[in-house]
Write a protein that binds this ligand. Structure first.
Ligand SMILES: [Zn+2]
Length: 227
């Protein structure tokens, strides 16, 4: 039965005529994609994939990369990445055109963690010697948006480690007294993010110097900041 269906499909595909003289435009080549599939094989209830070219932009790219940090044997470092921030030893392992939302960040973290749990040791045989390498993967190199998403911190004005808001933090009263979510330490402190944030802070400070408040709430205050 399956073989008979396969034979019919094969013949259908073979008998299709494709024009090789003209090509549709890059942003419309998927519009007539159904016509390229033999009639009986066309999907009826399935969604059509018509991705408009303008929907693809670098503002909605979500990427997960893997960076090798070091190779150790009994506390002895055999190899260490000299430039962990460089792309040289960085490999993208997952690439999606999607907006970086709270849900996407949280589900992607779960997905990668599930895959990490299934990792097996790498076995090598070099110069008559057997090597077995176990892998330790750390969830790091994330920005504050991802940290907020995976720790369930809903406000960007809140610290994801102690959950205090910037309003409370700037009074310095409760700092140190609030319970700290130590599991968030695994995210590390990304030095590039540190620099970006530092300069963002200076920029905000300069823009808002005439107001002497952090958030431009009032109408006239917004006018000053947007100038
Ligand atoms: Zn904090």
């Amino acid at each position: 039965m399956v073989e008979a269906a396969a034979a019919i499909n094969k013949e259908n595909i073979r008998s299709m005529v494709y024009s090789l003289d003209s090509y549709p435009k890059l942003n419309s080549f998927l519009e007539s994609v159904d016509e390229d599939v033999p009639e009986p094989s066309r999907s009826s209830g399935l969604p059509k994939y018509k991705q408009k070219a303008e929907e693809i932009n670098d503002a909605s790219v979500f990427m997960i990369s893997l960076v090798l940090i070091k190779l150790v044997s009994n506390d002895q470092i055999l190899w260490q990445n000299p430039r962990t921030l460089s792309t040289q030893f960085s490999r993208p392992i997952r690439f999606q055109i999607t907006k970086e939302t709270t849900e996407v960040s949280a589900t992607e973290k779960e997905y990668v963690e599930a895959r990490v749990r299934t990792l097996t040791n790498t076995k090598l045989h070099v110069c008559e010697i057997d090597f077995e390498i176990s892998h330790t993967l750390l969830f790091t190199m994330v920005d504050d948006q991802v940290c907020n998403a995976v720790t369930g911190t809903t406000s960007t004005q809140k610290c994801y480690i102690c959950k205090l808001s910037s309003k409370v933090l700037k009074t310095f009263k409760k700092v140190g007294a609030a319970p700290l979510n130590r599991s968030t330490y695994q995210f590390g402190l990304f030095s590039l993010q540190g620099w970006i944030r530092r300069f963002q802070f200076l920029l905000h400070l300069l823009y808002k110097l005439p107001l002497k408040t952090w958030q431009a709430r009032r109408k006239e205050a917004k006018g000053i900041v947007s100038q």
